[in-house]
Design a protein around this ligand. Structure first.
Ligand SMILES: C[S@@+](CC[C@H](N)C(=O)[O-])C[C@H]1O[C@@H](n2cnc3c(N)ncnc32)[C@H](O)[C@@H]1O
Length: 468
């Protein structure tokens, strides 16, 4: 099949729709090889989708298209890379059960919260209790936080920190102003003081996680990592940071989203089960062995795997993971970093297998990268090796009549382009037949991480496959 590879024209921070087929909604039968420009409302603000700004989050219209075409009420969908749970939220509101996997503890927490309908009135009550507890501390901060770039002294910080739990994040004052550290710790303290269920506790903690990047000194935008860039440092000098206000606004917005989820799921009255498994997808069949869906076989997999060497999730989520106690020390964090598929560096000590994929174009691409940088070549090789492994396992847990919808973007490494979607289609061809393929323009700036780091990810490819 010939793919139409169109080059969107970048105008400033915009991508032009020239060369794309503009549609309101993806048709049920998409045209093979077409690049679409979706004019439909993206649905990002619906339900709990807006709870957390997750890098490379699934575009809801694509998930809706996949579930609408291949999902059935009462069936079970699998997302082996669930991230912030977009597939699982969309499945839930359609009465479809789901199983999701992720290696990232923050992703699992977010996905669990986003897929657990909670009564909005009860959440508002708890928020009011929290605000009452926090009010005296908010008053102390009232004048301080309105002065651009201001902070409390180290001495004040040490006094205010007494009795609070500050995470063991090395160099924490590089990442946060003194008073911001105190205010975040104070909100978490307040959450620990109110009488709430474990799930409600997780909801409020995710609301805290959702503001951490914004109240930190780090640049909020680069999705690939975590840095206090020089541009951001200049902005910080004149910026006001209002932690209590941000937490209140975020939580109110989250309750609104939850209220929509609650209404839809109670109206539907469907018996839907949602399971989020924290684990390495490379152990997928083993971790799923106790699940009844495996015996029956999953009829549908909808997933957006990590791209090759793009988003460094463990680095990206480092601040949030420390604040929420999801990692406790540097060793634990580093060990976690080296388990993500698509990470920017695979150490020789972790993986140095001599693999030939037997796909000429892929082997050539790896050779070209290796002539410039053997470490990067090993990393890219490991990415495809892992992806093949995942699809081999999907083959064992799927119904023979099932469908996989896989959304992936291409990459560039050492100026060598990597047509990831082509390679995945070929690597999986032992077990799966490619039934359909199209792409669509990524229009959300937060998703276009490639534009700014040179990887050029401007569109995503949708592969529709069936077991052989
Ligand atoms: C592109 S994101 C998925 C985003 C998701 N579709 C959403 O809407 O939020 C890819 C995910 O793969 C996860 N991942 C990477 N390596 C993994 C592994 N070895 N096992 C399980 N998940 C992994 C990352 O943590 C990340 O959340």
């Amino acid at each position: 099949m010939v793919e139409v590879e169109l080059k969107p024209i970048q105008k400033g921070r915009e991508i032009s729709s020239e060369g794309y087929k503009r549609v309101e909604k993806l048709p049920r039968f998409v045209e093979d090889g077409i690049s679409y420009w979706l004019d439909s409302p993206n649905g990002r603000h619906e339900y709990t989708h807006q709870l957390f700004r997750f890098p490379a989050k699934f575009h809801p219209p694509i998930v809706r298209w996949a579930l609408g075409n291949f999902g059935r009420k009462g069936s079970v969908v699998l997302d082996p890379f669930t991230g912030s749970g977009t597939v699982q939220v969309e499945s839930l509101v359609r009465g479809i059960s789901s199983v999701g996997f992720d290696i990232d503890p923050l992703a699992c927490l977010i996905a669990r919260v986003k897929t657990t309908p909670m009564k909005p009135d009860r959440l508002t009550d708890v928020l009011n209790q929290l605000l009452t507890l926090l009010e005296p501390y908010k008053q102390i901060r009232a004048n301080q936080e309105l002065i651009p770039g201001s902070d409390i002294t180290e001495e004040q910080y040490l006094t205010e920190a007494v009795g609070l739990t500050i995470p063991p994040l090395s160099n924490i004052t590089h990442w946060f102003r003194y008073y911001v550290i105190i205010d975040l710790a104070r909100i978490l303290w307040a959450i620990s003081q109110v009488e709430i269920s474990e799930l409600e506790n997780q909801f409020f903690k995710v609301c805290v996680a959702a503001i951490i990047r914004r109240v930190s000194n780090a640049d909020p935008d680069p999705v690939s990592g975590l840095e206090v860039t020089s541009v951001q440092a200049r902005k910080n000098a004149t910026r006001t940071i209002r932690v209590f206000n941000d937490f209140t606004n975020k939580t109110r917005q989250a309750i609104q989203g939850m209220s929509q989820l609650w209404e839809t799921s109670t109206q539907n009255g469907d018996k839907v089960s949602v399971r989020v498994i924290h684990g390495n997808v490379l152990r997928l069949s083993e971790l799923l062995s106790d699940t009844s869906s495996v015996q029956a076989g999953f009829p549908l997999v909808v997933t957006s795997p990590p791209y090759c060497r793009s988003v460094e999730y463990s680095r990206r989520h480092r601040l949030e993971m420390y604040w929420l106690g999801l990692v406790e020390n540097q060793v634990e964090h580093i060990n976690l970093t080296h388990t993500y598929i698509g990470r920017r560096l695979v150490r020789a000590s972790d993986w140095n297998e001599e693999v030939e994929f037997g796909i000429k174009a892929l082997d050539n691409t790896l050779d070209q990268i290796a002539t410039q940088d053997i470490h990067k070549a090993r990393t890219v090789k490991n990415y495809f090796h892992s992806m093949k492994n995942v699809f081999d396992q999907l083959n064992t847990v799927m119904k023979r009549t099932g469908t996989i919808v896989c959304v992936i973007g291409n990459s560039v490494c050492c100026k060598v382009s990597i047509p990831t979607a082509d390679f995945i289609a070929e690597l999986t061809s032992d077990h799966f037949v490619l039934k359909n393929r199209f792409s669509y323009a990524i229009r959300n700036h937060y998703m276009q991480y490639g534009l700014w780091n040179g990887d050029g990810i401007k569109q995503e490819h949708v592969l529709v496959m069936k077991p052989k």
